[in-house]
Design a protein around this ligand. Structure first.
Ligand SMILES: NC(=O)c1ccc[n+]([C@@H]2O[C@H](COP(=O)([O-])OP(=O)(O)OC[C@H]3O[C@@H](n4cnc5c(N)ncnc54)[C@H](OP(=O)(O)O)[C@@H]3O)[C@@H](O)[C@H]2O)c1
Length: 478
């Protein structure tokens, strides 16, 4: 199959010298260029650091490490131009627009703190020619808003300059292969459809666990916490893909419509019930292999009295025919035993227990492993070879690394290419964002009384999370 490709455009990266740009955006652009997916393009970087174009290119070169393609890197660097200045001032935008051709498509990538989204969009509106804006696209990083109100405000600001089909709100989880495979697995195979509902599914568990603690982002993280940083976007996106109905067409608009219906069907958690459905945690210091790892409140002086949750476990329900009564357990945290993300779907036990003398758990399970070792796993029971009738649980596994020679590990490559091509399927729409904020903001407004439970850095999280499980349910080992 021919690779997708796109040509003749400019990308302006606001915050080009930042962490995300150097770690993800520049290496992804290079790989797209190397794989001939993009051609005849320019990258205009915009940040505060004072660089000449030559110094800027050396700085960019530093974020690329492929030695064997040195000559290709030199060609790639020639596409880079730099504008320095403050996002809040007019002059750098005037310089920027001198570089841009009004007849050529421009993609504005806002890789900056969200506090600059307003000033940047207003400057684009003010100083860019309207025909140039009509031909452009804008990509925004997460977090998109900090509540339902702020997300709505940001959407209206965007709509004052761009149409919805020009706006790309990144959730990089949607660019991951296993996440895209949830869609193919569900709607490209018929064998699971009949059991994909409350008659057969016992519970669903979605885990996104991070091994690292703050990783230098204290100020940002303390203002959001796990609910707003992870649940509002990545986790609710995963939930909507698992729970959605089949769209009538494999087309962005129809897929988004079905995801929104799921998000709108999430049952609001009442104030009385909130303690039975949610556990908040914060990591404390611990000794790991002889090295002391600081607790959250000891990371910086400003966090000494912080009550921000670095961990969250919650039980939610979807109020519709397919899922009514099935608990969806959602769990995320920092400073945990390892980096681990998966979607676990446990099916109900057979209605009649034939093998009553066996200690095996007869529930089957399907697991989408997002990281590490991305793949899909099915847990089922087999007879162990031998004279006795002994039953043992076995796994049927599909792994990307075992099956495919060529892997796409970097979600940003796929997402950038889709934005350049104008395909918004793997981006979040305003409806999705606002529906997930509606659910999350409602919790944030009600949960002040929930106490924070401590857990040791490097552990599985607070032990109190068992209290929200229904009978016979369990948390998967991280
Ligand atoms: N880093 C990640 O892994 C990651 C992951 C997911 C989402 N994100 C999101 O991506 C965005 C960027 O994150 P980041 O980690 O790359 O941030 P960062 O490392 O702090 O970079 C910020 C960038 O903005 C520039 N900048 C700051 N203030 C400026 C001003 N007044 N005028 C002009 N330039 C200014 C900085 O330029 P100077 O260097 O010149 O000061 C730098 O290039 C954020 O929205 C974040 O939430 C990041």
């Amino acid at each position: 199959m021919k690779e997708k490709s796109v040509s003749n455009f400019d990308i302006v990266i606001f915050g080009v010298t930042g962490n995300l740009s150097r770690k993800k955006l520049i290496p992804s652009l290079f790989n797209l260029f190397k794989n001939k997916c993009i051609s005849n393009f320019r990258v205009i970087g915009f940040s505060r650091k004072i660089f000449t174009d030559k110094e800027f290119r050396l700085y960019i070169k530093d974020s690329l490490w492929q030695e064997e393609t040195d000559s290709l890197i030199e060609i790639f660097l020639n596409f880079f131009i730099y504008v320095f200045g403050d996002f809040n001032e007019k002059e750098p935008y005037e310089k920027l627009f001198k570089f841009l051709d009004k007849n050529r498509e421009t993609v504005y990538y806002l890789s900056t703190s969200p506090t600059f989204y307003g000033p940047i969009i207003n400057h684009l509106k003010k100083y860019s020619l309207s025909e140039r804006l009509t031909l452009s696209k804008i990509v925004l990083e997460k977090p998109f808003g900090s509540s339902l109100e702020t997300a709505k405000k940001l959407n209206s600001l965007l709509y004052s300059a761009f149409r919805e089909d020009q706006i790309y709100r990144i959730d990089h989880y949607l660019g991951k292969e296993t996440v895209q495979n949830i869609f193919t697995f569900r709607f490209g195979n018929s064998i699971f459809e009949n059991v994909w509902n409350n008659r057969y599914v016992d519970f669903v568990q979605i885990t996104v666990a991070e091994e690292l603690g703050l990783d230098g982002r204290a100020e940002y993280y303390d203002s959001v916490g796990a609910l707003k940083d992870m649940v509002q976007n990545h986790i609710l996106q995963l939930l909507s893909l698992v729970a959605m109905e089949s769209p009538i067409k494999f087309d962005s608009e129809f897929i988004h419509d079905e995801k929104v219906k799921v998000l709108k069907s999430l049952r609001k958690i009442s104030k009385e019930d909130i303690k039975n459905c949610i556990v908040k945690g914060q990591y404390i210091g611990s000794q790991i292999q002889g090295v002391f790892k600081k607790g959250y409140r000891d990371e910086t002086e400003s966090l000494v009295n912080s009550s921000t949750e670095t961990y969250l476990a919650m039980k939610v329900f979807i109020n519709n025919w397919r899922w009514s009564g099935v608990p969806f357990y959602l769990r995320t945290g920092k400073g945990l035993a390892r980096k681990f993300s998966e979607i676990y779907i446990q099916f109900k036990k057979p209605s009649f227990t034939l093998f009553s003398n066996s200690s095996v758990d007869f529930s089957n399970a399907l697991i989408f492993r997002i990281q590490p070792r991305d793949g899909i796993e099915i847990k089922f029971n087999t007879k162990k070879p031998g004279y006795n009738y002994e039953i043992q649980t076995a796994n049927m596994e599909f792994s990307y690394h075992g099956t495919y020679k060529r892997l796409f590990d970097e979600a940003y490559e796929r997402l950038l290419l889709d934005a350049f091509l104008g395909d918004g399927t793997l981006y979040a729409t305003s409806d999705e964002i606002e529906s997930s904020w509606e659910f999350v903001s409602d919790i944030a407004n009600k949960w002040a009384d929930i106490e924070i439970c401590n857990y040791f850095y490097g552990s599985e999280g607070p032990k109190e999370i068992d209290s929200i499980l229904e009978k016979d349910h369990f948390w998967r080992k991280i």
